[in-house]
Design a binder for this molecule. Sequence first.
Ligand code: PGA
Length: 252
Amino acid sequence: MASSKKNLLAANWKMKLLSAKAQDLAGKLRDLAAGLRKSEIWVAPSFTAIPAVASAVKASAVRLGAQNAFGAAEGAFTGEISVAMLKEFGCEFAIIGHSERRLIFGESNELTAERAAAVLGQNFGVIFCVGETQAQRAQNLTGSILREQMSALLDKLQAEESAQLVIAYEPVWAIGTGVVANTAEISEAHSTIAAIWQEKFSAPPPAILYGGSVTAANFAEIIALDLVSGALIGGASLTFESMQALAAISEA
Ligand code: PGA
């Protein structure tokens, strides 16, 4: 999977959509993706819907991924899924460190970074999520939280292992709330992430997505921002109509 210069529309279906619905939506996205020039569609269904979605997007422009992965090749890791298991179904990437994993399931900076580095080391893509809570923003801690989350990963990464890395800035307070970050907040966070990257690698950063209540009503001004390479989309990725509208904005 080459790193993409196109706008990325990454659908995070979370713990939603059983196989039949996921397959149907994926089939429509496959047809949509075939006509896109400037954008790519990535989908991350639930683990159990991956086989059905894989059959719908096989040999198409849609890239298939998972919502988490563990880096060990195999072993006594109850409840986890390996890169080889995901590759078996044609998956090419995993979302790692989503705030729901961090906050509801207690995944630490250290574990998140370990997952991401080990998965990247197996020639597999990673969308690595970072972002602050409302309380952290209110205390002016956004920059230092981003630095902690990014540094945990960068400490484990060689520049050459980052070809398949995508970062997603997702302020926790914007996820699933309908409260989207404003363009100044997004630009500032993306600049911070890019600067942290450049301090370590003196190279351009990977693609940085924005995520958190992205809809067709707010996406045009977000995708127009310099450092924004696309979006990680939850709620608005669950219907074909809203994905089609987001793709149209990305293509404009
Ligand atoms: P949302 O979710 O678009 O529903 O806010 C985004 C995400 O959690 O990745």
